[in-house]
Design a protein around this ligand. Structure first.
Ligand code: PLP
Length: 393
């Protein structure tokens, strides 16, 4: 027994070594990883470029200084993030919730700057934006919110993929300053926004001068086959929230702004002691450079398609839908299937189940198509047996 707070239902396995898309536990058992630490380990495990860059950073003796000083690695990371997002200014924090929390603050400040005393933000049903008080209030899950009331005010919730609901809010609520959306909902069950919907939403934001905030904490950084999901729709948000895969395992978050949100934050409006420190920034620069040089977005698209097609081809009646984009994949089953996580571990495969009945696959972007086929080979018999059990019962 340890003294850890009881906040997670952990599986009794500890991974102690990794290479590529493979993990080994304390007993030396080998696992194929189709989860990447929940969309974090972009470059998989032990990537030589990341190991070399982080080692050099540590050997320099400087892994943290302070935002009181210039941080050249942070400047370099901001240039890369600005380039890939198409935006102008980057604030670095340490986690996804910090990125979305900062985005919410930007939206409120933007509203105040335009004379709205109590700015509100449109958010989506089933969305997940984090577990701070503001971000859990923006989250569309009672399970996440229960016990933490009073919630932070100023969020108006609408269903995903429904432009009419947004138009109705626009008509009756003059306090709206922004829309906050995960273009592919991760925790909510891999719910994909239609591209026409994203374009329509972007147009409504333009018309009303609202900020369009894309929470790409989980779906961003190449996972969809492009750097960001909004790029599939050909739109440019005003704010993008990033974290998870941005530094391939080193804690980081980023709130990136441009368009109408540029210049909203002034000195003193936001800050973070650790945010943007040289260790994390080295990992950001290396991750982005490696995704580019090894064409990992193309790989995420190709491997993701292999996995999705492999699972669709099973044509099992109990699979309600196989959905997603690139290497962000959801397999919805007809009933809750949390037990599959343990069964997959026993079969040497790391997966996750979210929203009760959706198998979630978020492999490292370095996963090859051959390894993608192995994911299907290991997962298929487990799903088949699980679904047959119901028939037999
Ligand atoms: C879309 C999205 N936003 C925000 C967060 C919060 O990130 P973190 O857990 O790093 O605070 C998550 C985490 O799952 C997420 O998926």
């Amino acid at each position: 027994m340890s003294h850890l707070m009881n906040t997670y239902a952990r599986q009794p396995v500890a991974f102690v070594r990794g290479e590529g898309v493979w993990l080994w536990d304390e007993e030396g058992r080998k696992y194929l990883d189709a989860l990447a630490g929940i969309a974090v380990n972009t470059l998989g495990y032990g990537h030589p470029a990341l190991t070399k860059a982080l080692t050099a950073r540590i050997q320099s003796g400087v892994i943290h200084t302070s935002n009181l000083w210039r941080i050249p690695d942070q400047e370099a990371a901001s240039d890369r993030v600005a380039e890939i997002t198409g935006l102008d200014e980057v604030f670095f924090g340490n986690s996804g919730l910090e990125a979305t929390e900062a985005s919410i603050k930007v939206a409120r400040k933007y509203g105040h700057d335009r004379g709205i005393a109590e700015p509100a933000i449109i958010v989506m049903e089933k969305a997940f934006h984090g577990r701070s008080l503001a971000t859990l209030s923006a989250t569309g899950s009672r399970k996440v919110q229960a016990g933490f009331e009073p919630l932070v005010q100023g969020f108006v919730r609408v269903p995903l993929n429904d432009l009419d609901s947004v138009r109705q809010v626009a008509e009756r609520n003059k306090n709206i300053a922004a829309v906050l959306i995960e273009p592919i909902q991760g925790e909510g069950g891999i719910n994909v926004s239609r591209l026409e919907y994203l374009r329509g939403l972007h147009e409504i934001c333009r018309k009303h001068e609202w900020l369009f905030i894309s929470d790409e904490v989980q779906c961003g950084i190449g996972r969809s086959g492009k750097w960001f999901v909004y790029q599939h729709a050909g739109i440019q948000p005003d704010v993008v929230a990033l974290a998870k895969g941005l530094a391939s395992g080193v804690p980081v978050g980023a709130c990136v702004v441009g368009g109408r949100a540029k210049g909203v934050f002034k000195p003193g409006n936001h800050g973070s002691t650790f945010g943007g420190n040289p260790l994390a920034m080295t990992a950001v620069v290396t991750t982005i450079d490696t995704v580019k040089s090894e064409r990992l977005m193309e790989r995420a698209a190709g491997t993701g398609e292999v996995i999705r097609n492999g699972l669709k081809d099973l044509k099992l009646a109990g699979i309600t839908e196989v959905r997603g984009m690139g290497s962000m994949i959801g397999v919805e089953l007809e009933r809750p299937c949390g037990e599959l996580v343990k069964q997959a571990l026993d079969a040497g495969l790391v997966i996750n189940v979210t929203a009760d009945n959706v198998i979630r696959l978020l492999p490292p972007l370095v996963m090859s198509e051959a390894e993608g086929r192995m994911v299907v080979e290991r997962l298929a018999p487990l799903v088949q047996r699980f679904l047959e059990k119901r028939v037999a019962a």
